[in-house]
Design a protein around this ligand. Structure first.
Ligand SMILES: Nc1nc2c(ncn2[C@@H]2O[C@H](COP(=O)(O)OP(=O)(O)OP(=O)(O)O)[C@@H](O)[C@H]2O)c(=O)[nH]1
Ligand SMILES: [Mg+2]
Length: 450
């Protein structure tokens, strides 16, 4: 099953009308600026905007009915092919609006999912996006179906036994299970990779989309990461070794950006990618300080970090794009006053990077490293050593093997340790480096087939 929404890739560019509501008209406009950017990113041409000041969207028609009639007129007159809504629509709203407007309706989640589908290049990103799309589709199918079957009847909805919706839902369910399995296997592989790299600190770049994460990644490492003036240029995580000083090397990860009202299905299905953030020792929260709403964007990032369980990770705040401020000197002074703990930089021009690396090093010195390892159950001494050096935060009994030798039982141990003791720990764990986890599948092929 591929992409379900086709804003992009159609022979003719779609013409879009943007529609939003907000408590205040000016904040609706700000929000529509972003929706416009999303629409352009998805390949549509924006021909107009309609906003209405409402406490909350009208449950039946999103806007008041008078406004809906006005939109219907504009759709006709300007030959609008798609109306884009700045919030998610309920099936009830979709039903009423479809009747009133007679053109394609896309809500905010659909639009973001479509952009993600279009941007996804790696197998992991594609799998994660497809999972999110199916998840979105499944909830809509469920709710809309009764109405469709009642209204349309006909082929596929008649006859005894299973109705079309049940078949569809079951097929979608099966596909979702397959994708989840695939992602679980990827998680396992990534865990093994992380284990191999555990002697380094892990630092992840987080921030609103288009804040400059990839640009900073390139400036701090050997470059080559795609950085573009587009939303969601990066969808997967890239990790690079980055030498901060002769004493400190870190693993720096660049990953997917956040946005206001990021569809929940995306956060769920991007777990593998976001694990890179969750397992970091320090986060660099990069903010586009030249953006008029950068403070709102900071809040969105913090909320999203909370949602993925990463808010407690020590975070270095970085205010980027200071070269693009309107009155640079004045504004930087004001920013320094408001955010004394932040580092102002211009990643694109390499301004402020020395201060940034120095601050990062200081932060890392005081941090703890989280890691995981495999210890045979017969080796109590090593486990005791891990406990002496650090703190064990999780244990699980698993099957392991060393270079094709028979499987044995081992503890998969997750630990936390002060960064300046990590060399000692690496020495202690060296004898078990060759151990690899044996999956339940390869241990018993017959189960694999069931
Ligand atoms: N003026 C200026 N522009 C910058 C700076 N840093 C990044 N940019 C520009 O901002 C745009 C977005 O940069 P990216 O590095 O792709 O941003 P990102 O955070 O990785 O974005 P996504 O991957 O899309 O979430 C690009 O056009 C960059 O050239 C800076 O310091 N100053
Ligand atoms: Mg990027």
């Amino acid at each position: 099953m591929g992409r379900k929404l086709h804003i992009t890739g159609e022979p003719q560019k779609e013409t879009a009308l943007l529609v939003g509501v907000a408590k205040r008209r000016d904040s609706a406009q700000d929000s529509l600026d972003e929706l416009a950017q999303l629409a352009e990113t998805a390949g549509a041409t924006v021909l107009g905007r309609i906003t209405q000041a409402l406490q909350k969207p009208n449950p039946a028609t999103y806007l008041r009915s008078g406004k809906v009639s006005e939109i219907a007129g504009i759709v006709q007159e300007k030959k609008i092919s798609t109306v884009l809504f700045d919030d998610d629509l309920s099936p009830n709203q979709v039903r009423n609006l479809e009747k009133a407007l007679g053109c394609k309706l896309i809500d905010r989640s659909q639009l973001i999912l479509d952009i993600f589908a279009n941007r996804a290049k790696t197998a992991v990103a594609k799998t994660q996006v497809e999972l999110a799309q199916l998840d979105y589709l499944r909830t809509r199918l469920t709710r809309q179906w009764t109405h469709l079957s009642r209204q349309q009847g006909g082929i596929g909805t008649r006859g005894p036994g299973e109705t079309q919706i049940e078949t569809d839902r079951r097929l979608i369910g099966q596909r979702i299970a397959t994708l989840r399995n695939r992602l679980e296997r990827i998680d396992q592989q990534r865990m093994t990779q992380r284990r191999r790299r555990e002697k380094y600190h892990r630092v992840a770049l987080v921030g609103y989309t288009n804040a400059g994460k990839s640009t900073l990644m390139n400036a701090m490492s050997r470059g080559g990461v795609l950085a573009e003036d587009r939303l969601f240029a990066t969808l997967d995580a890239t990790t690079r070794k980055c030498v901060l000083s002769s004493a400190t090397t870190v693993l720096l990860s660049d990953t997917v950006g956040f946005i206001r009202k990021l569809p929940h299905n995306l956060i769920e299905s991007f777990k593998s990618t976001l694990d890179e953030v969750r397992h970091s020792d320090v986060l660099i929260h990069i903010v586009s300080a030249s953006h008029p709403r950068f403070e709102d964007q900071m809040m969105v990032v913090r909320q999203t970090l909370k949602e993925i369980g990463a808010l407690e990770i020590p975070t270095l705040l970085v205010l980027n794009k200071i070269d693009a401020l309107e009155a640079p000197e004045l504004t930087v002074a004001a920013l320094k006053r408001d955010y004394p703990e932040a580092v102002p930089i211009a990643a694109l021009r390499g301004i402020g990077l020395n201060t940034l690396t120095a601050r990062l090093e200081t932060m890392l010195r005081g941090t703890q490293i989280e890691g995981e390892t495999l210890i045979p159950v017969t080796d109590g001494r090593t486990l005791a050593g891990v406990r002496r050096l650090g703190k064990v935060i999780g244990e699980e009994l698993v099957q392991v093997s060393n270079n094709g030798q028979p499987a044995q039982e081992a503890l998969h141990v997750r630990y936390r340790i002060a960064s300046d003791r990590s060399d000692e720990l690496a020495h202690l764990l060296a004898p078990h480096k060759g151990l690899r986890r044996v999956s339940a599948d390869s241990a018993s092929p017959s189960r694999h087939q069931s």
